[in-house]
Structure formats: C-alpha cells, structure tokens
Design a protein around this ligand. Sequence first.
Ligand SMILES: Nc1nc2c(ncn2[C@@H]2O[C@H](COP(=O)(O)OP(=O)(O)OP(=O)(O)O)[C@@H](O)[C@H]2O)c(=O)[nH]1
Ligand SMILES: O=P(O)(O)OC[C@H]1O[C@H](OP(=O)(O)OP(=O)(O)O)[C@H](O)[C@@H]1O
Ligand SMILES: O=c1cc[nH]c(=O)[nH]1
Length: 455
Amino acid sequence: MESNMVAALKNSVQNHFSSVQSSNGSNQAQVNKVPFVIGVAGGTASGKTTVCTMIIQQLHDQRVVLIHQDSFYHPLTDEQLQKVNDFNFDHPDAFNTECLLSCMEKLKQGQAVSIPNYDSRSHRGIDPPIVVNPTDVIILEGILILHDSRVRDLMNMKIFVDSDSDVRLARRVKRDTKDWGRNIEYVLDQYSKFVKPSFEEFVLPSKKYADIIIPRGSDNDVAIDLIVQHIHTKLGQHDLCKIYPNVFVIHSTFQIRGMHTLVRDTRTTKHDFVFYADRLIRLVVEHGLGHLPFTEKQVITPTGSVYTGVVFCKRLCGVSVIRSGESMENALRACCKGIKIGKILIHRDGKDGRQLIYEKLPSDIASRHVLLLDPVLASGNSAAKAISILLSKGVPESNIIFLNLIAAPEGIHVISRRHPRLKIVTSEIDLYLNKKLQVIPGMGEFGDRYFGTMM
Ligand SMILES: Nc1nc2c(ncn2[C@@H]2O[C@H](COP(=O)(O)OP(=O)(O)OP(=O)(O)O)[C@@H](O)[C@H]2O)c(=O)[nH]1
Ligand SMILES: O=P(O)(O)OC[C@H]1O[C@H](OP(=O)(O)OP(=O)(O)O)[C@H](O)[C@@H]1O
Ligand SMILES: O=c1cc[nH]c(=O)[nH]1
C-alpha cells in the first residue's frame, strides 16, 4: 500500500516539477492534472454499470473515461477453453491486475494507453485494443476492483453498489440467457459453483474498503447526486487535496492572489510585506478555526425570532514555532480573545535534522485543540519536530490544525503521510522545494522579511 501511495505522490510532485521554456524565455510551470480515480465495485448484476453511466452523465462538463475490470481478464488458454464451464471468472486470479496497474500508472502520468478489448464469447482479447486517453476522471468498474490493495491505493473515491442478492440473481439469469444466449442450467450452475462463493469470499469483504455504499444501486438518485457533488468539489481543488483529505487550501480569489503577489514580490517593502502577510494570515486563521468542532445553539434575536447557530469550541490553544510562527499570534488573538499561546523553538541542525531548543506549552495542552502556527511549510522538518513534541505531551493527532501561508508539496507529503489525522490549512501550495530547501516560487526567508532582519 505504502509503495503505491509513494509512487502516486512522486508523480504528483514530478508533475509540478515539469516545466517548459515559454516563448519569452521565462520558466513556466506546466502542471499535468492528476486524474481523479473512482472505483466502483459490487456483486454481479448489482447495477455498477448503470451507476457509472449516471455519474458520467452528471459529470457532463468533465472528461471522464470508464474502464471495466473485465477488460483485464487473462485470455483463456486452449486447455482452459476446452473446460470453460469449470473456469472461475469470479476469482481474483482470473484478472491480469499487473496490466491494469501499468495502464493506470501511464494514465496518471498523462499518457494514452491501449487496453485489451476482451471478448467474453471467445474469452480472449480481440483487435483492435481500446485506446484510452488521459482524462480528468477515471472510473474503474468491476466485481473485484476493490479487492487488490494496489488498485485501491490508486483511487480517490471507492464506491460499493449494494443490491439485494435475489435481485442480482434474477437480473443475471435474465441477462445471461436473453442477452448472452446462455443456457439457464449453465447460468445457475456457474452461479452456485463460482459466482456466489467468490462473492462471499472476495467481493463482499471488499465492501469494508468503500467510502460510499450505495444501497439499491442505480435506483438511489440521492446517493448518486451526492457523489457527483463531491467529485465536482474535489476536481476544483489542488491535486494534493485530492490525495490527502486533510489538506485544505483556502478558496482562492483575485483578492487573495493580489495579496500573494505583493508578499512574494522581492521589491515589496518590509512595511507592505507585514501588512499583506498579516491580512493573509488572518484569513488562514479564520479558515483554520472553521475546522474546530462546534455544538449547536439556539438564540433569540431582537425581533423575538429563534436563530439556530453554533457555539465555538472552547478548549483550544495556539502554539507558534519561533520565530516566524510568532507573526501569526496576533491574528489568532484577534479572533480568539484571551487564547493561550505556547511556543516551540527548533534549531536547524544539519541539512534535515531539527533540534528542540525550547518549549513552553499550556500544562493542560493534552485536552485542547491546538492551532500550530508557522507561515512556511518547506521540507516539513520543523513541523515534524513541533508535532512530535505536541504528541509527546498527549495531544491527539486529530486535535492539531497546522496553519501556514505557503506550503511546498514535499512538506505536505511528509506531514500528511506521517500524521494523516492532523489537518493542514494553507493559503497556497507552491511548486516545489529547491536543493537549498527553499520553497519555489516561495516568498524568500519569511522571518527575515517580516521582522526586517534581512542583510
Ligand atoms: N460465463 C462467463 N461469465 C463471465 C465471463 N466473463 C465474465 N463473466 C461473469 O461476469 C460477471 C461480472 O460482470 P457483472 O458484474 O455481472 O457485469 P456488469 O454488467 O458490470 O454488472 P452490473 O453493471 O453491476 O449490473 C462475473 O460474475 C463473471 O462470472 C465469461 O467469459 N463467461
Ligand atoms: O519545513 P522546513 O524545511 O523545516 O522549513 C520551514 C521553517 O523555516 C522557517 O523558519 P526558519 O528556520 O527560517 O527560522 P525563522 O522562523 O527564525 O526565520 C519557517 O518559519 C519554518 O519554521
Ligand atoms: O523558502 C523558505 C523555506 C523555509 N523557510 C522560509 O521562510 N522560506
């Protein structure tokens, strides 16, 4: 599982790295979009194909491709063909999963692939193969598509279509006899000998990996609407937010891009840098606070009406990483009156080591939600050290919200992989980290620019 995830992440970073010389000679980032991959599994005749078709229809403004796991059946040998009635088409070994993985790898890298055109009458691939072009959304459909962890790891969303087994059997009998011209005895024999046992042994256990289970299959319009809405939201996000559900980038507007343009401009004066960095920090802090738990509360308004609202989470504190993180304290204090703020000082020790020099944290920090403050996430070494200190004090990982202004993909990978339950809230994700561990394009040394200590 880990290795595939790492491969997917490397691709994502490579995509960010891939740059071309534009006509005016400047270095222009060419970002290949990583496709959003949806897996749709379920028992035979559960309605997977119909669910996929409905999703595709509703995603009409996106480039979507549907890939069937059936295309990756191993072609039967002459010997197997002679005893085809004894062949188990419902066993994971019937599929060439290596071929599926290699096709997916290429598609994720933005390359077109030829997938086998499997013919279920001859039980072999026929010419010509099917050419699949890279798209924004790839839907992988098949009874056992959630069975192999390597295939699951490619997916951003896993769906299981859960239809009643009697309904499925009835549909299967009808389809196999009417559409495929099969003999009823063979259909029922195949069902009891292979389809049902394999469903119980392999298909049903894969349901636990699904993010969404659709009861009643394609009859469930509400579930399909929700799925499509979620896909639309995810497609509008940065690729890293698709990979890591706990990474949040504040919604970009021209106003925010304008502030970023100012803080990133090397000619910006210290005074303006502080002014615009503070404005951006305030937005990140407000956004981060939005990830804290709330409880419902009703109040009476001056018109005598009831307003149903929420109460802010009370048990929280800030922790700033000295020195740049201290620039975020004012914004947090302005939003949360009287909030306790702890401090951590980490010294750069060698290329990637970080050494704790000093910490002063609230004594009851373990029972608080922690807003960890550091405007730049570069290699992730400082953050990793700071987080390890918080965890050692008993703060649950899921209680930490790490707030920063800019984040490099490398830092996001390090922190999100190590701490999947922690949330990262940032205002922009940059392209990459250079050999000097500077964020590119970045904003230079934040602390020097903010505190005016530049040489
Ligand atoms: N007899 C026979 N069965 C096959 C062959 N290839 C696939 N199958 C069967 O096809 C089934 C997988 O397809 P289904 O999930 O029923 O097909 P589907 O049309 O995608 O189903 P839904 O869209 O969910 O209704 C497996 O249970 C296999 O037993 C074949 O060559 N011969
Ligand atoms: O992700 P990393 O590679 O660890 O880099 C990020 C760290 O670098 C900056 O601090 P710096 O060490 O420059 O200290 P400063 O805040 O005193 O400027 C920044 O504020 C982070 O703490
Ligand atoms: O680019 C970088 C990297 C680390 N710290 C910064 O302030 N800027």
